[in-house]
Design a protein around this ligand. Sequence first.
Ligand SMILES: NC(=O)c1ccc[n+]([C@@H]2O[C@H](COP(=O)([O-])OP(=O)(O)OC[C@H]3O[C@@H](n4cnc5c(N)ncnc54)[C@H](OP(=O)(O)O)[C@@H]3O)[C@@H](O)[C@H]2O)c1
Length: 246
Amino acid sequence: MFDLHGKRALVTGGSRGIGAAIAQALAEHGADVAFTYARSESRAAAVVKSIEATGRRAVALQADSADPQAIARSVADTVSALGGLDILVNNAAVGLDGLIADLDLDAYQAMMDVNVRGPVLFSKAAIPHLGAGGRIVSIGSGLAERVPFPGVTAYAMSKAALLALTRGLSRELGPKGVTVNLVLPGSTDTESNPADGPAADFQRGLTSLGRFGEPREVANAVVFLASPAASVITGAVLAADGGAIA
Ligand SMILES: NC(=O)c1ccc[n+]([C@@H]2O[C@H](COP(=O)([O-])OP(=O)(O)OC[C@H]3O[C@@H](n4cnc5c(N)ncnc54)[C@H](OP(=O)(O)O)[C@@H]3O)[C@@H](O)[C@H]2O)c1
């Protein structure tokens, strides 16, 4: 039911953190996987090795999600390397801390380019290749649903945009048999939000389970939505956040 053999996936931002766990988990369920990264070439090479150890094909593509040409090229390279594309996971994103009163316009635009325009352009480039049974899964944030402290408003806005992208695309692609869903991680132990960081105890206190998630726990939600088990689920939002938005 969760079998992905024969599927070809592209994960954005797969060199580290949640994206690396998604790439690995998709491969462990049988998919061949391409993934993009921005700067971490050696980390990307390690993810390729780890995926190849599962017996699946792996392709690392350097492609800045802020660059429309790099996005189009990475989708085309995925299709030619893997022979097609069945699953797109929009994961790459950057954070932006600070009050709106202090907003730096260049930093705001740079974040929006990666977090919002990136998933739009990856979806646009992927759509012609996705057939019946195709999947788009985007990685949002619980902050799209609830903003329980100040200083993350602009980042939360970028993640809230993925709610509308997901719901709208589910309407546009439903007739093709393609599903489109959104996973909302909560506090998840990665380099950008370590479980031993300065605000970690505060974040744990916001959850029902009293702990951070592991990248693999978010990846498991993506595997489910990418798999035949989720065949009738589209336009849906799945929180993988230890109950932070309960
Ligand atoms: N961790 C959390 O607590 C948490 C909570 C809610 C939502 N999320 C969401 O989960 C996703 C993954 O987060 P994470 O914590 O795993 O992040 P992370 O550890 O910072 O990893 C980010 C990944 O995205 C790539 N990336 C960043 N900017 C990019 C760009 N401009 N172009 C291409 N790739 C780029 C990075 O590549 P390089 O290695 O080359 O830099 C890396 O592979 C994001 O969408 C994030 O918003 C995370």
